[in-house]
Design a protein around this ligand. Structure first.
Ligand SMILES: Nc1ncnc2c1ncn2[C@@H]1O[C@H](COP(=O)(O)OP(=O)(O)OP(=O)(O)O)[C@@H](O)[C@H]1O
Length: 241
């Protein structure tokens, strides 16, 4: 951990990641080639680029799911910057527990746990008591238009859009200092999409730093302060959303 000397929530620079496919004769794929990303608290940055450019890989590197070969992934945590690229597994878990949220495209929930408890569990993990967490979870699910009849059911049988909304509810119930969203509205109808835009705006107003992979230009214009383009693993800063 280094002392917090700048105003960044995310300060990632010089990221390189190569996959070597041993079952394919040692084929090397350079998925990140010098990518950099800096985000301030309260700012929403849209990540765009062609399919296969490395957007999800960059997000996984920011979250520590992919270990980069070189470069630094500094995440603001407890008033200091922690380099996810070199931090111990325990330190990474601590950052994920309190400072860094991540919403993947697909819900991975514990079998048989109700949608309500999937969402409440996320708030409980961050220190809220169960009763309060359940009340907040019900309100967040209502906001995301999951009918109350579904709250007691495990989300495994839910539609793709319903599962995505449970996944989003699970993150937006918490006040994350930094939040990574991988195509947060990909399976959603326009009304649910509006709701997610509002949740993102509210989180930024509270000071969250958000990175969202968003393909849709109109959506980007609504939620993003800036756009960063990723092309063949390298980032290009664009001023307009
Ligand atoms: N674990 C992995 N092993 C091997 N190759 C990988 C791995 N993860 C990603 N890749 C490769 O890295 C490249 C970038 O993938 P990535 O999913 O980051 O792209 P993307 O920009 O998010 O694409 P899309 O918009 O289609 O989701 C792809 O060629 C992919 O096959």
């Amino acid at each position: 951990m280094t002392s917090h000397q700048n105003g960044w929530a995310i300060d990632a620079s010089g990221l390189h990641k190569r996959f070597v496919l041993h079952l394919q004769g040692g084929l090397a794929l350079d998925v990140l080639r010098g990518a950099s990303l800096r985000v301030r608290p309260g700012e929403c940055v849209a990540l765009v680029g062609p399919s296969g450019a490395g957007k999800s890989s960059l997000m996984r590197a920011l979250y520590g799911n992919y270990r980069v070969d070189s470069g630094a992934v500094r995440i603001r945590h407890d008033g200091a910057m922690v380099d996810i690229a070199t931090a111990s597994p325990g330190a990474i878990l601590d950052v994920r527990q309190r400072s860094l949220g991540y919403v993947s495209q697909f819900l991975r929930a514990i079998p048989r746990l109700s949608a309500l408890d999937v969402v409440a569990g996320s708030a409980v993990a961050r220190g809220m008591n169960l009763e309060k967490a359940r009340r907040h979870a019900a309100a967040m699910l209502e906001r995301l238009r999951i009918p109350s009849a579904l709250h007691a059911l495990p989300p495994v049988t839910f539609s793709g859009g319903e599962q995505q909304r449970v996944n989003l509810a699970r993150s937006f119930i918490c006040d994350w200092p930094t939040l990574l969203l991988d195509e947060p509205t990909a399976s959603l109808d326009p009304v649910s999409r509006d709701c997610v835009c509002t949740l993102i705006a509210e989180a930024c107003a509270r000071g969250s730093a958000i990175v969202a992979i968003v393909h849709d230009h109109a959506l980007r214009a609504r939620i993003a302060d800036r756009t960063v383009l990723l092309e063949r693993g390298a980032t290009i800063e664009e001023s307009q959303p």
